[in-house]
Design a protein around this ligand. Structure first.
Ligand code: PGA
Length: 246
């Protein structure tokens, strides 16, 4: 199982590094549990240092976003290649907070996936419907739309790894978690969509949205789940530890 901690912009540079140092032994212990993989996704500013703190360990580091361009005049953007150079193994793209606040389109998210795969960084593509889309019964249409451009990109790669994190927008940071049967249904749908592109099992399905130590156990029993994308609960080491140990 893969446990991705998305720290968003919840900690400053000093706080993020302090969190890593204070819980260093705990993180190492978690990463050494069989079949558990831990990925920490701090802000861009901390990535290099976090990679340094956890070098020579099984802890992996990820970014929370990257540019959709390879190189050029894109003020404020960060290239996928730089992420790889500083030690990022993963990068979250298409998070609902970026789709909402930065108006990211499905096409743009696909282009980010392209840059990451070209640089050898594993994309964690977030998909999921809003409450209005859920109520209108458009969930599958929305998720399909969000993935079409991603699939077009991966078609061009013979070897790749990719995570798809299903995160209903109405579950992110709200404390509301869908029924396991519902998540399972969406997972089955995503697997059906992706099977043409996933000949070797390179696509891992994650669930994200209000995951905590009280619900992770039951979510974990959903068939085909390969991990979690964890926001709020990843900011409290004890909670994160419990989720990984479950
Ligand atoms: P949450 O966030 O666990 O706080 O709901 C998940 C995410 O945004 O990735």
């Amino acid at each position: 199982m893969l446990y991705v901690a998305n720290w968003k912009m919840e900690m400053s540079f000093k706080e993020g590094l302090g969190f890593c140092r204070d819980n260093y032994c705990g993180f190492i212990a978690l990463s050494e549990i069989e079949d558990k993989r831990v990925v920490l996704c701090p802000s861009f500013t901390e990535i290099s240092e976090v990679c340094g703190i956890f070098k020579n360990s099984a802890i992996k580091v990820g970014a929370q976003d990257c540019s959709d361009n390879k190189v050029g005049s894109y003020t404020g953007q960060v290239m996928a290649e730089s992420l790889r150079e500083i030690g990022c193994a993963y990068c979250i793209v298409g998070h609902s907070e970026r789709r909402i606040h930065c108006f990211e389109s499905n096409y743009l998210v696909g282009q980010k996936v392209l840059q990451l795969l070209q640089s050898g960084v594993i994309p964690i593509v977030c998909v999921g419907e809003t409450m209005a889309e859920y109520n209108a019964g458009f969930v599958k249409d929305v998720v399909k739309e969000q993935l079409i451009d991603v699939f077009k990109v991966i078609e061009g790669f013979s070897a790749y790894s990719l995570c798809i994190a299903y995160e209903p927008v109405w579950s992110v940071g709200t404390g509301i978690v869908p029924e396991s049967g519902y998540i399972e249904q969406i997972f089955d749908f995503i697997l059906e969509l992706s099977k043409k592109y996933d000949k070797k099992g390179q696509i891992e399905l994650l669930y994200g949205g209000s995951v905590d130590e009280s619900n992770a156990g039951s979510i974990k029993s959903i068939s085909n789940i390969r991990g979690f994308l964890i926001g709020g609960a990843s900011l409290d080491f004890k909670k994160f530890e419990k989720i990984v140990q479950l």
